[in-house]
Each structure stands twice: as C-alpha cells, then as structure tokens.
Design a protein around this ligand. Structure first.
Ligand code: VGL
Ligand code: ZN
Length: 200
C-alpha cells in the first residue's frame, strides 16, 4: 500500500514567509495533482511554541549560525511556524480534502524536530511509524519543504523504519542546493529512490 506524506507545506516556508524556501510555492500545484494517485495522504506540520530552542532570537544568535544545543548541532532559524500563527498554516492553495491525518512536530520547546517520525535526538516518536504500519503502508512517497531538512530527515527515518521510501524531487525545494545534493546521495545510499512526479 502506498502513501503520500506531505512535509511542512506551510506559509512560513513559502516566498515571503519567515523561513522562505526559494520557489517553495511552485510545488503546490504538483502536489495537488499527485494526491489522487495515493491510497492514503498524510501531512506534517512544523508547530513550534513561542521562544522555541531552534529560534535564533531565543539565544541572541545570528540567524543560520550553528550552535551546540544539548550535544546536537542546531541551526539558528528565524522565528517560524509558531503555533496558531498564519505562518504555521498550510499554503492556502494546498488541497486538504484527502489528508487523513496531520502529524505535528517541533512542539517540545527544548528540541528541534526535522523528521516527521522523531525529534532530532531520536528521543520521542510522533507515532507516525506505528500509524503507517497499522494502516498497512509499505511504500512511502515524500513531497514538501524543505528538501534538505525536514524532507530529507523524514525520508531517512522512513528507510530506518523499514519502509520503501521515494523522494519526489520536483515536488520539493531546498534551502541550500549543496546540502540537498548531499542529502539525496545519502538517501540513495541507504536504499531510497529519487524520482519525479510523472514517474509516480
Ligand atoms: C524546517 C527548518 C526548521 C523544514 C523546519 O520544514 O524543513 N526547516 N524547521
Ligand atoms: Zn521548524
């Protein structure tokens, strides 16, 4: 059974948003067209409390600086996807009618969570893996933002959880091209597949 997991298709990751991914909005029509090809469509939502530990403003740091946060490298992000804010909403054009469940992440104020499965220290599960297994999902397809962060981390966790994982490259955009290239190589090395929407 194959499922589509939409990662963080939220206003703050769109052009004009707080943590804009270049051309992030161009994936929305592609994702909308893709949805009917899947038995199950799910989404993640980055959902941070105010003053989250990943926010540069919290530490008086410069944005995009990397700090050590409890032993883990943490990029200092602009304040983004604050719970209940307009920036945390899904893109207004994203079709929502097929999305059966939304997994929120980044809610713990002390730790970031790029993956839809686990926080960055792999301490706490969102329950996504168990949900998918109960539904009988074997093949998991990924689209959304950002390719080099939350999408890549989710794909790698999916592979580690035993799912066949497929990254739909033209239905994602990255913050940093070089980082995304590295992430894709890692995904392929771990047994994942990179493909385009017309190959789904
Ligand atoms: C993301 C940075 C911080 C993402 C979320 O969705 O890729 N990136 N929070
Ligand atoms: Zn975030």
């Amino acid at each position: 059974m194959k499922a589509l997991l939409l990662i963080d298709v939220q206003n703050d990751f769109m052009p004009g948003g707080a943590l804009a991914v270049p051309d992030g909005d161009t994936i929305v029509p592609i994702i909308n067209k893709l949805q009917h090809q899947f038995d199950l469509v799910l989404a993640t939502q980055d959902w941070h409390p105010e003053g989250h530990a990943s926010f540069a403003s919290k530490h008086g740091k410069n944005v995009y600086e990397v700090i050590d946060l409890n032993g883990i490298d943490q990029v200092m992000w602009p304040d983004h996807c604050v719970q209940g804010s307009k920036g945390a909403d899904f893109h207004p054009e994203l079709k929502l009618d097929k999305i059966e469940a939304i997994f929120r992440k980044g809610t713990n104020p002390e730790i970031d969570s790029y993956s839809g499965f686990y926080d960055n220290a792999h301490l706490k599960s969102t329950g996504l893996s168990g949900y998918l297994k109960e539904k009988g999902v074997t093949d998991l397809y990924f689209a959304g933002l950002a390719g080099d962060f939350c999408v890549a981390f989710s794909v790698k966790d999916a592979l580690a959880e035993g799912f066949a994982a497929f990254l739909i490259e033209d239905a994602t955009r990255a913050i940093d091209a070089e980082g995304f290239k590295k992430a894709k190589a890692e995904i392929v090395e771990k047994g994942g597949t990179i493909l385009n929407a017309d190959e789904v």
